[in-house]
Design a protein around this ligand. Structure first.
Ligand SMILES: Cc1ncc(C[n+]2csc(CCOP(=O)(O)OP(=O)(O)O)c2C)c(N)n1
Ligand SMILES: [Mg+2]
Length: 379
């Protein structure tokens, strides 16, 4: 995210001016929604197989965080991170190549449709196991810290007996750390992997942004059956990090909460747990009829849809524009239609060798990973 685009003095939509609001926030919000709904339709029409995990309804939590990522930051996604990926810059073509499992898939067409990474954009591939990406985020953040230490940007604060406690370090003035952004659901916070990751990050003061998407359900299990505290953000206290709960339907609110967390992490202040209250409109995946919840519950959340909330807030602040909204929608629809034509008519089937290359991380396949390794090797 280009911080120069934020004009705090204007105090529009919590400090975001019209251009930023439309370009940086509204465009990915709407692109994620339109692309997601289109993929739901394509799946239901039988145009790609397996299943599909929709993130419809959760776009504001994803975009409000994803736009803060800069080059070198790691995105550790779960299975509903289309919004964060779009905010990070993924194209409709790359997403469709993944769900259609074509040779052009950013992840080599080897994964489940919605558990995928993109080495070009520093999006790590999660495994299908719930919460594992949270562990990968802590590991990446630890690597950032070690890199900074090797470069001489980290000062270790030894005590008078020559002992140093983990986390007792300060970043050299003017230095900045890369951040790891971990996304996970309410259900994932009940897993051991989650606790180990946040505990480790808390101890070492790692630059991780923990994005807890509380959408009330973990498949058919209600949040109250997975979480014994009222707020997921209450969990943060146990790991010595700040925890905050925000309206996950309001992209401006998420944007500002994450901005604060990112500033702290980049300047060596450690991790933050940001709980976003949100909701998924579709079932757990396309094969889930979601009959464990009521229509009233779904309708209640749809009244506070991220796009409706965006328009309300932008209107209250006098920065809404019908013209900009229509232009944005047309631009996105063109990209999506072109991408669908391409994936169905021109993309290519993966060859068996591609799976072997992916598994053994052949640099021929994964140029982006090789380049990153070359860069880090010399730190
Ligand atoms: C270790 C493990 N257990 C169970 C599953 C099956 N599973 C996949 S997603 C999911 C629910 C996750 O819920 P939550 O973390 O709240 O994320 P949400 O789907 O709501 O976004 C479950 C149980 C799995 N993939 N891995
Ligand atoms: Mg959930």
């Amino acid at each position: 995210m280009n911080s120069k685009k934020i004009n705090q003095k204007q105090k529009k939509s919590f400090g975001v001016d019209q251009q930023t609001a439309f370009e940086v926030l509204y465009h990915p919000l709407l692109k994620a929604r339109l692309l997601d709904e289109r993929m739901v339709k394509l799946f239901n029409q039988g145009r790609f197989g397996g299943t599909y995990f929709s993130g419809c309804g959760q776009e504001a939590t994803n975009v409000g965080a994803g736009v803060h990522m800069v080059e070198g930051d790691i995105l550790a996604p779960s299975h509903r991170q289309l919004g964060a990926m779009v905010a990070r810059g993924i194209t409709a073509k790359r997403v469709l190549a993944q769900v259609y499992s074509t040779a052009e898939s950013p992840d080599g067409a080897q994964q489940h449709p919605c558990h995928f990474g993109d080495p070009e954009l520093d999006i790590v591939s999660p495994t299908g196991h719930v919460a594992i990406q949270v562990v990968l985020a802590a590991g990446s953040a630890y690597a950032y810290l070690l890199d900074a230490y090797r470069k001489g940007d980290v000062k270790i604060n030894w005590d008078k007996d020559g002992i140093v406690w983990a986390g007792n370090w300060t970043l050299k003035k003017g230095s900045k750390l890369n951040c790891a952004f971990a996304f996970f659901g309410d259900g994932a916070t009940a897993k051991g992997d989650f606790h180990e990751s946040v505990n480790f990050a808390g101890i070492h003061k790692l630059p991780v942004i923990y994005m807890a998407e509380n959408n009330i359900w973990a498949e058919s299990v209600h949040v109250t059956e997975n979480v014994p505290v009222e707020r997921l953000s209450d969990r943060a206290a146990a790991y010595g990090m700040p925890g905050v709960t925000v309206d996950g339907q309001n992209v401006f609110e998420v944007y500002h909460a994450v901005q604060e967390a990112v500033e702290r992490a980049r300047s060596g202040g450690g991790p933050t747990l940001v709980e976003c209250l949100t909701y998924r409109y579709h079932g757990h995946s396309m094969i889930d009829p979601a009959d464990y919840r009521t229509d009233e519950e779904v309708e209640k959340w749809k009244k506070r849809d991220p796009l409706i909330v965006f328009e309300q807030v932008a209107k209250e602040d006098g920065i809404w524009s019908d013209k900009l909204a229509k232009e944005t929608e047309d631009r996105i629809n063109n990209e999506i239609e072109e991408a669908i034509d391409w994936v169905e008519d021109e993309s290519t089937k993966p060859k068996p060798d591609q799976f072997i290359d992916v598994t053994f991380r052949d640099p021929k396949f994964n140029d982006a990973i090789r380049k990153r390794w070359e860069k880090r090797k010399n730190v």
